[in-house]
Design a protein around this ligand. Structure first.
Ligand code: CUA
Length: 483
């Protein structure tokens, strides 16, 4: 019979090959890694990391003690020869049983105290004593993030800007499925659940750029659903907020950007808002986003619109595709041409008419794509003073007013976007209300649209009185030219 006299250790060369592999994997734990939870830059992430380390070291001690005992006992009391007999069997040992019950109780109690303390500190209230609280509504969409600043009336997609050292209170929402909001170095992670808002707070302790990631499987592009957080000095944050209320300069006539602006209006503006700088635009974007969602969800297979990132001042963004790639002319052109070459599953490519081709690539020439890219990259705060309505002061050109303010919901042809296509609106307008002139009907429809909702369309259009009489007249004149 085989005699187990020697402990046979299966030390083979292949084992040594595992060592560099394990070291390589461990290198991923470096605090320098963008999504490492070890290099923290905020109190929430730091408390969570400290708690993790505390539990890790307790577990490490338990592991070593238990494994050492197992190995010692296995060697010390192993069967030494064929004549070894079964040892005397015992049952019950009160002292031992009390000991191995008490030790885990003490360990769990030791873990529970800091765990509950941290949960209480992070979930019970926003630490208002640590600075003026900034409110942000973070909304998960398949597959990008929307950030709304209700007090500043700013909306931005995929790139969150916050001031250093101030508590930021988040209301976490989802428009479609469950996502999870996670900024590994600053705070994490809380689920974004449809119809059930969650709340969390965080403080960014160090100025810098941080990676965010959706941390709940939410569909095909889940792993590519990222975002960035920019922590600014207070005055830089205020400058950013002011910039978000400052319209971009109008492209020079005849420039590539001007051409891009028209192409954007024709192909992209039903879903992407680019002008959330004017007063009133915050509420408008919220209702437009809701209308896009309603449009999509009511006809998921055939919808021509989808919820989409707000692209106001897109030229100031650092990334494209929800934090996937650095934003530059090359990546932007690639994105416009064929989004799935960067990020699989984009709804835009499935639903936007411009991608309705055999190979699902954009129905645009290389130079048209270049124009759109140039235009988007040119979108930055311009020289218009903060708070003024773009195009309201100098220009009363009805067509450009329409492009800026109306074209995200109305086409100039027969296609329905959110509202009806406006081709031939002048002919229809004259027949709507007895005794009302075409001009009066159009004017009233702009100022008080809900008075005349056409059956079958959602009552989502806001009034546009703030454009001012001169601009409204210019718009009416332009609308009458559409046939
Ligand atoms: Cu959103 Cu995963």
């Amino acid at each position: 019979m085989h005699r187990i006299s020697k402990l046979s250790l299966p030390v083979r060369p292949t084992l040594f090959l595992l060592i560099p592999l394990v070291l390589t994997l461990l290198a991923a734990c470096t605090p320098d890694n963008h999504q490492s939870t070890f290099g923290t830059a905020g109190p929430v992430a730091k408390d969570q990391a400290d708690l993790f380390k505390f539990i890790f070291w307790i577990s490490a001690v338990v592991f070593v003690v238990v494994e050492a005992a197992v190995i010692y006992i296995a060697i010390r009391y192993r069967r030494r020869s064929d004549s070894d007999k079964l040892p005397h069997q015992t049952h019950g040992n009160t002292k031992l049983e009390i000991t191995w019950t008490l030790i885990p109780v003490l360990i769990l109690a030791a873990i529970a105290v800091p765990t509950l303390t941290d949960i209480w500190a992070q979930q019970s209230h926003v630490p208002e004593d640590q600075g003026e609280v900034l409110n942000v509504e973070a909304i998960g969409h398949q597959w990008w993030f929307e950030f709304r600043y209700p007090d500043q009336e700013v909306i931005v997609s995929n790139e969150l800007h916050i001031p250093v050292g101030r508590p930021v209170a988040f209301k976490l929402e989802s428009q479609d499925v469950i996502h999870s909001f996670w900024v590994p170095k600053i705070a994490g992670k809380v689920d974004m659940v449809p119809l059930n808002d969650n709340y969390m707070w965080m403080i960014g302790d160090e100025v810098g750029e941080y990676y965010g990631q959706c941390a709940e499987f939410c569909g095909i592009a889940h792993a590519h659903m990222r975002f960035r957080v920019f922590v600014h000095e207070e005055e830089d944050f205020q400058a950013w907020v002011d910039g978000m209320h400052t319209a971009p300069d109008t492209p020079l006539a005849g420039s590539s950007e001007a051409s891009g602006k028209n192409l954007f209006a024709a192909n992209c503006s039903s879903c992407h808002t680019i002008d959330s700088t004017a007063p009133g635009s915050y509420a408008r974007e919220i209702s437009a986003q809701q209308a896009r969602w309603n449009g999509w969800v009511s006809d998921i297979e055939n919808s021509g619109i989808v919820s989409a990132p707000n692209l106001t001042h897109f030229g100031t963004h650092s990334t494209i595709g929800a934090g996937l790639k650095d934003l530059n002319k090359t990546t932007l052109e690639q994105w416009i041409t064929d989004p799935s070459s960067i990020k699989i599953g984009t709804r835009m490519q499935k639903h936007a008419a411009v991608y309705d081709t055999d190979n699902n690539k954009a129905k645009l020439t290389a130079s048209e794509i270049s124009d759109i890219a140039n235009y988007l990259l040119s979108l930055k705060p311009g020289s218009t003073p903060s708070g003024e309505v773009a195009n309201n002061s100098a220009s009363v050109d009805g067509e450009s007013l329409f492009t800026t303010n109306c074209s995200s919901c109305h086409s100039t042809g027969d296609d329905t976007i959110v509202g009806p296509g406006l081709a031939g609106i002048a002919d229809r307008a004259g027949t709507r209300v007895a005794g009302q002139s075409v001009d009066a009907y159009l004017r009233e429809s702009i100022i008080n649209p809900n008075a005349f909702i056409v059956d079958g369309y959602p009552a989502v259009m806001p009034g546009w009185e703030q454009l001012g009489t001169e601009s409204i007249e210019a718009l009416v004149t332009y609308l009458k030219t559409l046939d």
